[in-house]
Design a protein around this ligand. Structure first.
Ligand SMILES: NC(=O)c1ccc[n+]([C@@H]2O[C@H](COP(=O)([O-])OP(=O)(O)OC[C@H]3O[C@@H](n4cnc5c(N)ncnc54)[C@H](O)[C@@H]3O)[C@@H](O)[C@H]2O)c1
Length: 317
């Protein structure tokens, strides 16, 4: 078996996937440009354990400029997680960064995967592609209408994956991830901000009335989903397919704060701000198609997942 390529390997989710693949005995190449969206040292810590592993090779490079033909030599599966995340920052001048890292980089990688002998590719898409749809729970066949420029770029890249499958026979699968949390979560994401604020006895910034809901997904469950999708993609199943990946633990921000109070045994201090443009009101996934097709089922409860993340936040200080 060849090597597995993980793009965005030093990021939150990518680094967990790398660890799991190495534990599974696979040979892994990780590529990451250490984008400056958040502190590079956090990414170095994310990937520290893998870096010492005999089966791991880290390439620091930008997917927009690196020689992809060389990178893909001996690679027989690609997990494409590199991208510019974050809904709120995607308005205005930053859109160029989102276009480059989410759309152009994906198109370049798809071309290279095709030219390297049709290397299968699993893409990390986002629930942000849906937008504020009137019917819940969200299902893959619904017509998406993103409400942020970020969501537009993730949907565009998803379409490119489907297109390269349909027109060129490249095996691809896109996973629409619903709010991922757990150890190493990005510093801009809600749980990480909330838990760090509680630890440091600071106020937590809440945008909107706190009644907005998310279907939260623990990172180990997301890793499981990638591995199932990777196996399916390698086997030539579900080409061009699209799957919701969610934890089945839908909760409002206010309910999360209650859970955080229980987990940390401290009362969070709140400070409310207006809702931010681009934030969807609710997310809630139907994962029946994913369960039936890939055999995915989320294992980790919100209480257990938050406990893991709280312990990690305590170790970070
Ligand atoms: N975290 C979530 O809840 C969530 C939800 C839905 C989708 N996603 C998607 O999953 C992926 C991973 O998200 P994350 O939360 O781990 O983010 P992250 O920022 O921690 O990881 C992304 C990594 O990609 C790298 N990268 C960005 N552009 C690159 C380029 N052009 N070349 C090489 N490397 C590049 C960054 O340096 C970073 O380390 C992203 O594509 C994101 O859009 C995440």
């Amino acid at each position: 078996m060849g090597r597995v390529l993980v793009t965005g390997a030093a990021g939150f989710i990518g680094s967990h996937l790398v660890d799991a693949l190495l534990t599974d005995g696979q040979r892994v190449t990780g590529v990451d440009c250490f984008a400056d969206y958040y502190d590079r040292r956090i990414k170095e810590q994310n990937i520290a354990a893998a870096t010492g592993h005999a089966n791991f090779r880290l390439v620091e490079a930008d997917l927009n400029t690196v020689d992809l033909a060389s990178l893909l030599q001996d690679v027989d599966l690609i997990y494409h997680l590199a991208g510019q995340p974050g809904v709120r920052g995607s308005w205005g001048g930053q859109f160029e960064v989102y276009t480059r890292n989410n759309i152009l980089a994906t198109q370049r990688l798809l071309e290279a995967a095709m030219n390297a002998g049709h290397v299968p590719l699993v893409y990390a898409s986002s629930s942000s592609a849906y937008g504020n749809l009137p019917t819940m729970p969200l299902q893959e066949e619904m017509t998406p209408a993103p409400v942020s420029p970020y969501g537009v770029t993730k949907l565009a890249a998803e379409h490119l994956c489907r297109l390269y499958s349909a027109v060129h026979g490249l095996p691809t699968i896109s996973l629409r991830l619903f709010t991922v949390y757990g150890p190493r979560q990005r510093p801009d994401m809600a749980f990480q901000r909330f838990l760090t604020a509680v630890l440091e006895n600071r106020e937590i910034a809440i945008y909107g009335d706190g009644c907005q809901t998310r279907d939260f997904t623990f990172v180990a469950d997301v890793v499981q989903a990638f591995q199932l999708a990777g196996a399916a993609c390698r086997a030539g199943q579900h080409e061009g397919g699209l799957f919701n990946i969610a934890g089945g633990t839908r909760a409002s921000v206010n309910q999360i704060l209650e859970q955080i109070a229980m987990t940390t045994d401290r009362q969070p201090l709140k400070r409310c701000f207006p809702a931010q443009p681009g934030d969807v009101r609710d997310t809630w996934a139907n994962t029946r198609w994913t369960a039936a097709s890939l055999g995915f089922s989320a294992q980790v409860t919100l209480a257990d997942g938050l406990e893991h993340q709280w312990r990690h936040v305590n170790r970070q200080v």
